[in-house]
Design a protein around this ligand. Structure first.
Ligand SMILES: [Zn+2]
Length: 310
């Protein structure tokens, strides 16, 4: 082959490869709470039996809290009684091992972003694989779906009854999972009944996990602003109360900037926007019977409908 043609083809392939991984590279890391940063950035350890995933058995994938990379499958999780989530296998290539500074243990970190996860132990004979990844819950987030290796984006929106928001966003291209839940308030582990009183400060919200190669935060946000009415105050459609307010809970500065940009577009069109833009705090998944409500019940939402606004 002519050398010039060979170089040209090589460069073209390189450009295509780079453009494919572009959206993954663009995905900004999630902001961390003080407790999360202590574990993830400073290699700290959460107190045993305090983590939210220590006992969990739900089917799905555990991802890196900081970067959203898929790390462990629930099928590899086992009960070790050590006080931290335990796995006897990692998703291929997702976890790096290093000798700990203590000279005894082997430290594990997210292969993508370097987030500290915990330690890995062998020879304890707890499972057939004879391996235990002892991981801090604070280093993890949970996605109720089977994910391929790679990074995933998260978005949190509140726009009235979560059944309706979930219904429309679940159908959007690139969306992997939508979880209904509560966030933005001051009560820990709230129940639906408590949130319904309007006194917990929480909003009914959805947590979306998406594939950044197939969609973007901007696309999902615009859809969110078109399937609920962002001008309504103190209610959404027939649902009245502060828990039905319109609010965007951003996980990093990129999301905040996109939210402000999209809301400005609507304001410039003359809409009196009520949607608040707030830094995300703990998201509490709602009771199981609230998940996939419209799909499980074969109904269509009474509370939400699509209106073109962008
Ligand atoms: Zn990571």
């Amino acid at each position: 082959m002519n050398l010039k043609i060979f170089i040209f083809i090589s460069f073209t392939i390189l450009i295509i490869m780079n453009s494919e991984s572009f959206s993954q590279e663009k995905l900004q890391y999630n902001d961390l709470t003080k407790a999360e940063s202590y574990v993830i950035n400073n290699k700290g350890t959460e107190s045993p039996f305090t983590g939210k995933f220590t006992k969990s058995k739900e089917n799905g994938t555990y991802v890196c809290r900081k970067c959203g990379a898929a790390l462990y499958y629930s099928s590899d999780k086992f009960e070790s009684d050590c006080g931290w989530p335990s796995f006897d296998n990692e998703i291929k290539g997702a976890v790096n091992r290093f000798p700990d500074a203590d000279g005894m243990r082997t430290e594990i970190e997210c292969a993508n972003c370097g987030a500290h996860l915990g330690h890995v132990f062998t020879g304890e004979r707890l499972t057939a694989k004879n391996v235990r990844h002892c991981v801090n819950s604070l280093s993890l987030d949970f996605v109720p779906a089977q994910l391929n290796p790679g990074r995933y984006g998260t978005a949190i929106f509140a726009g009235g009854c979560f059944w309706g928001v979930e219904y429309f966003l679940q159908k959007a291209p690139g969306v992997i999972s939508v979880t209904s839940g509560y966030t933005g308030g001051q009560v820990k582990n709230p129940t639906y009944k408590e949130v319904c009183t309007g006194n917990t400060g929480h909003a009914e919200a959805v947590k979306i996990v998406y594939d950044p190669d197939k969609t973007t935060y901007d696309k999902l946000l615009k859809l969110f602003l078109e399937i609920h009415d962002p001008t309504q105050v103190g209610h959404q459609g027939p649902d009245v109360g502060d828990q039905y307010r319109s609010e965007i809970f951003y996980l990093n500065d990129d999301q905040k900037n996109i939210a402000e940009k999209d809301l400005k577009i609507l304001k410039d069109k003359g809409l009196k926007i009520a949607t608040a833009v707030t830094k995300a705090s703990e998201f509490y998944p709602a009771e199981a019977y609230h998940q996939d409500y419209y799909f499980n019940n074969g109904k269509v939402p009474y509370c939400h409908a699509y209106t073109k606004r962008f």
